[in-house]
Each structure stands twice: as structure tokens, then as C-alpha cells.
Design a protein around this ligand. Structure first.
Ligand code: HEM
Length: 509
């Protein structure tokens, strides 16, 4: 006992010296790196609490509650420039809307940044080891797995979407033409994408959706909300103990597992056939099923399930959100509705073809303008996986090199960037599709991300949205806005409208 205390004390001294030495070595290495690269400290957001950042966190929460988080972000950038830092819970976040900085993070210095453990831990109960939550070799493997399926995807074949838009038009008529279009777009996109991905539609648009489909739909919503809550809790994620969330993830997985089983069965049945008979039934090529395509490259049922759930979630809210914003604007701008309808009718044919859609130039402008003002992924982030230097972001004007410490987070906002006057002109806040006549933006327009993790569903999303818009403009001669308020942001995994799209449509004669 007499020796134990001095022994413990000297152990503590050795331990402290070891850490002090490590800290000093790291400090010297970092100082050298900053000096050598001419790094300057970035602008800092004025904070009352410089370490925990409780004032910043509460300001964020208050703004989000009043549907104004994105506007708060804009005002912070207006006051502090393209790049500034905040400190919350002892972690530094670099907030940026500088296209050069974003390009470096997402493309040139791709290896230095990743999704990080926060996204992984919050989303893994629902998304498993899917493409959204993984980094490095696991992500590369996932990406390589889905690439051939996207190459083989027949997105120009409108039979994938046509039947679901027919159902949407019929449902609008059944509701006497007074609807919340956003709500219907969510259902339609899930119906159409599930058919494309699983081979069978969830069937939410039909009058008698099955019990398992409705259960799946609700479970997907609840599991997604839980995932966002976990993400927001950050380091306090361990306090999230919600049995309903776990049950919802299980329901989603069980629903997907049924189709994974079918895809693996299909794979086995194909393998038994001679090559010339594969994928043929009575001489007719089978319809494209994304899961069957994936199952050609792996027979791991968990991997297949994770992939398909990730894809379904990636595709649903983003595409439905884009469609909702287009019609939110159209309901308030009869001039744009009239011009767009003229463009659609000028090129319309029955059945509508991919080539006809491509000829609808004003339609393309409207879609681009909606993606600019209301990008479905309005903010995003990456975490530095090692100490690194970015070529911009430092100094009072944000033009000097910036030192980024390992585990610092870079949060970038396309919503703010897409509304900067220096990139899109003095009328950047206005919805003016005509600007796309001459606009050829680079990284300052980034609705689908860039670099190796660019959205692989871009063509699918643009085709599905354009087709749906063209069909609706053909089917209805006018739209009347039934909501006197302006848009209220609903920022979950993607950006949608809290107040939906309340409108009355008039069927075309
Ligand atoms: C308007 C619709 C869409 C928009 C605006 C959009 C946007 C994006 C963005 C910004 C990302 C990057 C996310 C990140 O790295 O954190 C992304 C990733 C992804 N998107 Fe989309 N997306 C849309 C539709 C779709 C569709 C329809 C699909 C599938 C059919 C899809 C599949 C994916 C996948 C699999 C990823 C992950 C890619 C990776 O990490 O390598 N997306 N999308």
C-alpha cells in the first residue's frame, strides 16, 4: 500500500508526459503544414460560447422550428462571406458555399474526406452498409456493384412510368381536381420506383393498397424520421431509444427481403437455362428490374437488401420534392404555366417519347430553375479523415489556403450557393427559367453533387420528372393556387414543402 501511491503517481506523470509529447509533435507538424502552405485562419462566426456553441445550436433549432434554417444560413453567409467556421461541442465545422472549395472536397481531394462515423452510425439501422453510409473500399465496392445496373437501366422506356402517371391523373379526377400535389407525388414516385427496383409496385395510388404496402410506406417514413433525429442528436445519439424506430427498420427490411428472395430465385433459374434462352420468355424480353440486375453481380442477400433500400430512399424524396417545387411555382405563375404548356403541346405525341421530351427546351429550363432555387439536397457535409489543406477558404476574404484538421466537418450548402448573385446575377432570387438559355454553370450549380460520388440516378430522376410534368401539362389546361402563403421549408434528408402544393386543376378539353 505504501508503494502503491507513488507508483500510481509516477504512472500518471509518465502517461501525461507521453500525451504532452504526442500533442507537441502534432502541434509542430500542423504548424509546419500551415506555414508551408501559406494557410490563413478562416473567418469565424461570432459566438457567445466558443467551445460548446450552445448559442449557435439554439439559434439553429429556433430557425428550424420556424421553417427558416436555410434562410438563417444565407444570412450568416451574407455577413461572413463564402466560408466561415463554427464551433459546436468541441468540433469545428467549416461552412461554405464556395464552388472551388466544394470541388476540392468532392473531387480533387476526394481521398481526404468521407461520410464519417456520424452519418454511418445514425443511418445504419435503416440503411445498413449501403452506398450512402460507407466510405473507402466498401463504398467503392457498392458503387461498382450498382454501376452496371445503371448502365443497363432503360430509363428512356416510358412504360416504366406511364402507368403510374395515368393513375395519378385518375386520382386527381376522383378528388374533384382539388389536391395537395406534393402528397400525391410522394406516393406516385414510391409506386413507380418500387416497380422499377423490385419488379412490383408498392401500389399506394390504387384504391385498395395492400396492408403490407401501407405498413411498409408508414414504416419507411418513421424509420427515415428516426434516422434524421439520430443525425441531429450527433454525439448524444446513444439517448435515442425508440422501439418503434427499430420495428420500422425491421418492417422495411422484411418487405425488401421478399423481393431479394425473388431476385435470387430468378438468378438461380436463369443460371439453369442455356445462354440463348436466358432473360427470354416466349421470345419476349422480360421487363427491366433493377434488383434482378444487381443480383447478376452478387448473391449476398444482405448486400442486395441494403443497396435497394438505399436506392429507394435516395430516389423517393428527392424526385417527389423536385416535382412539388415545380408545381408550387406553376400554381403561382400563370405566365410560366402558359409558356411551359405551349412548349409541351408543341412537341407532344402519343405515346410520349424520350425524343419528344428532349425537344421540350422550356421544360428543361423550368426543371433546372427549380433545382437551382430548391435543390432537393440543400445542405450536405463531409468529414476530413486526415489533416489536409484546401486551396481556398482561409483569410478574411476566404481566398487563402485553409488548414483542415482531421475530423473537422465541411458543410456545404447548394441552397445558399445557388442563390448567390455573383454566380447567377442580380435576380438570383427570382424564378426565371429563361436564364438557362445562356447559362453554362460549373461547380456553382450542383443539385446532383460532383466527383466520384455524383448521383448515379441523375438521368433517371430528370427523365421521370420531365415525363410526369409533360403528362400533367397535357392533361390539365390550368392550375389555381389554393394556398395564400409563401413556401415553408421542410428540411429532412431532403428539402420539401411544409405546406405542400394545395391547388385546383382544370382538365383539358
Ligand atoms: C431530383 C432527384 C435527385 C437529386 C436532386 C439527387 C441528388 C443526389 C445528391 C446531391 C447525392 C449526393 C449525396 C451525398 O453524397 O451525400 C446523391 C447520391 C445518390 N443518389 Fe441521387 N438524387 C436524385 C435522384 C436519385 C434517383 C432517382 C436515384 C436512383 C434511381 C438516386 C440514387 C442515388 C445514389 C445511389 C446516391 C449515392 C451515390 C454515392 O454515394 O456514390 N438519386 N443524389
Amino acid at each position: 500500500m505504501a508503494f502503491a501511491l507513488p507508483l500510481a503517481a509516477s504512472g500518471l506523470v509518465v502517461f501525461s508526459l507521453y500525451y504532452l509529447l504526442q500533442w507537441l509533435t502534432l502541434y509542430r507538424r500542423r504548424s509546419h503544414m500551415k506555414r508551408e502552405n501559406g494557410c490563413l485562419p478562416p473567418k469565424k462566426l461570432a459566438q457567445m460560447d466558443p467551445f460548446l456553441g450552445t448559442d449557435v445550436v439554439f439559434q439553429n433549432l429556433r430557425a428550424a422550428k420556424k421553417f427558416g434554417f436555410l434562410n438563417l444560413l444565407r444570412s450568416r453567409h451574407a455577413a461572413n462571406g463564402l466560408t466561415f467556421t463554427t464551433n459546436t461541442y468541441f468540433r469545428t465545422t467549416i461552412n461554405t458555399c464556395d464552388p472551388t472549395l466544394i470541388q476540392n472536397v468532392l473531387s480533387f481531394q476526394f481521398q481526404d474526406f468521407g461520410m464519417g462515423p456520424l452519418r454511418r452510425n445514425s443511418a445504419s439501422p435503416l440503411l445498413g452498409q449501403g452506398i450512402f453510409t460507407t466510405d473507402d473500399e466498401i463504398w467503392a465496392h457498392q458503387r461498382a456493384l450498382i454501376r452496371p445496373s445503371f448502365v443497363r437501366a432503360q430509363v428512356t422506356d416510358f412504360s416504366i412510368f406511364g402507368h403510374h402517371v395515368d393513375q395519378l391523373i385518375a386520382l386527381i379526377a376522383r378528388r374533384n381536381y382539388i389536391v395537395d400535389l406534393q402528397q400525391l407525388f410522394f406516393r406516385m414516385v414510391l409506386d413507380s420506383n418500387s416497380e422499377y427496383m423490385f419488379g412490383e409496385s408498392v401500389g399506394l395510388m390504387s384504391e385498395n393498397a395492400s396492408e403490407s404496402a401501407t405498413k411498409f410506406h408508414h414504416a419507411l417514413d418513421y424509420a427515415q424520421q428516426g434516422t434524421i433525429l439520430r443525425l441531429r442528436l450527433g454525439n448524444l445519439m446513444f439517448t435515442h431509444r425508440d422501439q418503434k424506430f427499430r420495428d420500422s427498420c425491421r418492417t422495411v427490411h422484411a418487405y425488401a427481403d421478399k423481393f431479394v428472395g425473388q431476385a435470387l430465385e430468378y438468378r438461380r433459374s436463369q443460371a439453369l437455362l442455356p445462354p440463348e434462352k436466358r432473360e427470354k420468355e416466349d421470345g419476349v424480353r422480360q421487363k427491366y428490374v433493377f434488383l434482378n440486375e444487381l443480383a447478376k453481380d452478387t448473391e449476398d442477400p444482405i448486400l442486395l437488401r441494403d443497396q435497394i433500400v438505399n436506392m429507394l430512399l435516395a430516389a423517393r424524396d428527392t424526385t417527389a420534392g423536385l416535382l412539388a417545387f415545380v408545381f408550387f411555382i406553376l400554381a403561382r405563375r400563370p405566365d410560366i404555366w402558359a409558356k411551359l404548356r405551349e412548349d409541351v403541346l408543341d412537341h407532344y405525341c402519343e405515346p410520349l417519347t424520350y425524343e419528344a421530351i428532349m425537344d421540350m427546351k422550356y421544360l428543361r429550363f423550368v426543371v433546372h430553375e427549380a433545382l437551382r432555387l430548391f435543390p432537393p439536397i440543400a445542405t450536405n457535409s463531409r468529414m476530413a479523415n486526415k489533416d489536409t489543406v484546401l486551396p481556398v477558404g482561409g483569410g478574411p476574404d476566404g481566398k487563402s489556403p485553409l488548414f483542415v484538421k482531421k475530423n473537422n466537418v465541411v458543410t456545404y450548402s447548394t441552397f445558399v450557393m445557388h442563390r448567390r448573385k455573383e454566380f447567377f446575377g442580380e435576380d438570383a432570387d427570382e424564378f426565371r427559367p429563361e436564364r438557362w438559355e445562356n447559362l453554362r454553370p460549373g461547380w456553382e450549380f450542383l443539385p446532383f453533387n460532383g466527383g466520384p460520388r455524383i448521383c448515379p440516378g441523375q438521368k433517371f430522376a430528370l427523365t421521370e420528372s420531365s415525363y410526369t410534368i409533360a403528362r400533367l401539362l397535357h392533361a390539365f389546361s390550368s392550375i389555381e393556387n389554393l394556398d395564400p402563403t409563401d413556401w415553408r421549408e421542410q428540411l429532412t434528408l431532403s428539402l420539401t414543402l411544409n405546406n405542400g402544393v394545395q391547388c385546383r386543376l382544370t382538365p383539358a378539353a
